[in-house]
Design a protein around this ligand. Structure first.
Ligand code: FAD
Length: 417
């Protein structure tokens, strides 16, 4: 099915009755060359690039719920390449380049909007840190502009510059950063994978991982046993639970992150704005809702809903920065489970079981990583070699302490990243 202008017009005039499902609903086969556990953004992108880049099409994505029901459909959709450390910066730079060609590649409108991100700073020390970050971004080939207070005022005149608890000193502007429609990213990758022959098996929960003589040989699911010599675990907030099926204990804690959206308003916030000092960030969706969030709830949990103290904290931070937000009515809030690593950076690696691979630990920044993570994980699963952009995301850094990627210098406490 294609989305030409003519087709959209015709369907609009005839009651939208001619659209077919975007992907098939196949029965599970007894065996595949490879299976991906988890039909979120990363799992679907992995399947897509396995098929597209490596010609592996006898594969299945096993999703316990429905496509797009996990964190891929729960995030606040920020896409950026403003990392500091080597190891991270080339990876996110690659991801942003893939984002820039994604709609053409998938022939799908993922509403990628490069509206620019402004990270505010509120002290001389923070300015120094952002200058270093901006220089690293430019060295990596990405874009960064240091704004002083007046520069910020020109872009964001609605902020409180006069009476706020943390006066605004300036901001680091990343014009190529922005947002994308999260569900559409899942749907676009799902359709692209399905078209290349990948079976997307929904309502198919993996309940066990079969291992013989140190090598994976299949999985047990709620839709029966499936044999496969290669298995990729890509289950975000459920990583520890699924890895435990293969006897692994991951360096991951699961924490809840909340987000909020207001009623639809006329366009008033053109950029993505982050206020690290107060733990608050915001953008406006194309439907008009102000989409915002803050920090994690402060304890580990598998409940995908949040608690009121964090909601109150986020509202207070928003009101401090832009008092006008108090005029808007809050429509919804929700939570998602984040797989937090001790250094805040992800894992894309093989495991000690032959044929078993894992892609996890995206903390609360995995949406922007979807294209490059799928690309690199597919490369690892197909070739056995780490992709050059993701070579730093290995397990052994937690065993040896070498190569830790602690972007914010926050130490080893999972929930501080
Ligand atoms: C409130 C919030 C805001 C966020 N904001 C941003 C942001 O602005 N920018 C950004 O870059 N990132 C953001 N993130 C993080 C981002 O959403 C995640 O890092 C990313 O989506 C995780 O990868 P995924 O899409 O593959 O996860 P998911 O969509 O959660 O995919 C994992 C899938 O695995 C399935 N699964 C689990 N167990 C099993 C099993 N046993 N068998 C079969 N399937 C299983 C789940 O049902 C799920 O569908 C945010 C997250 C939240 C919650």
């Amino acid at each position: 099915m294609t989305f030409s202008g003519l087709r959209v017009l015709k369907e609009g005039l005839t009651g939208n009755r001619g659209w077919a499902p975007h992907w098939r609903d196949p029965e599970p086969k007894a065996a595949y060359d490879a299976v991906i556990i988890g039909g979120g953004g990363h799992g679907l992108a992995t399947a897509y690039y396995l098929a597209k880049n490596h010609g592996l099409t006898n594969i299945a994505v096993l999703e316990k719920g429905y496509i797009g029901g996990g964190n891929i459909g729960r995030n606040t959709t920020i896409v950026r390449a403003n990392y500091f450390l080597p190891g991270n910066s080339e990876f996110y730079s690659h991801s942003l380049k893939l984002w820039e060609g994604l709609e053409e590649d998938l022939n799908y409108n993922v509403m990628h909007s490069q509206r620019g991100i402004i990270n505010l700073f509120h002290s001389d020390g923070q300015r120094d840190a952002f200058v270093r970050r901006g220089n690293a971004m430019i060295t990596q080939g990405d874009d960064a502009i240091l704004l002083d207070r007046e520069g910020v005022r020109q872009h964001l005149p609605y902020l409180d510059f006069e009476n706020t608890r943390f006066p605004i000193y300036g901001g680091l502007y990343h014009p190529r950063g922005g947002t994308a429609r999260h569900d559409a990213v899942a749907w676009g990758y799902a359709r692209g994978a399905d078209r290349r022959g990948v079976d997307l098996l929904q309502n198919c929960e993996v309940t066990g991982i079969d291992i013989e003589n140190g090598a994976v040989c299949g999985v047990q699911t709620t839709r029966g046993a499936i044999r496969a010599k290669k298995v990729g675990i890509v289950v975000a907030g459920r990583s520890s639970q699924v890895a435990a099926m293969a006897g692994m204990r991951l360096p991951i804690e699961s924490h809840v992150l909340q987000a909020f959206v207001t009623e639809g308003l006329k366009p008033c916030i053109d950029h993505v704005v982050t206020f690290g000092m107060g733990h608050f960030y915001i953008s406006q969706s194309d439907k008009g809702g102000l989409v915002f969030g803050g920090d994690l709830d402060f304890y580990a949990s598998y409940a995908s809903r949040g608690n009121l103290p964090t909601a109150e904290h986020v509202m207070e931070a928003g009101m401090t920065l832009m008092p006008m937000i108090g005029q808007a009515k809050l429509l919804r809030s929700w939570g998602g489970i984040m797989d937090m690593t001790p250094d805040g950076s992800p894992i894309i690696d093989r495991t000690e079981t032959d044929g078993l691979f894992i892609d996890c630990g995206w903390c609360y920044g995995g949406f922007k990583a979807v294209p490059a993570s799928g690309y690199a994980f597919a490369h690892l699963m197909a070739t056995g070699q780490h992709h050059e952009t993701a070579a730093a995301f290995r397990f052994d850094r937690f065993r040896t302490g070498r190569g830790l990627l602690d972007e914010e210098g926050t130490g080893s406490q999972h929930n501080l990243h």
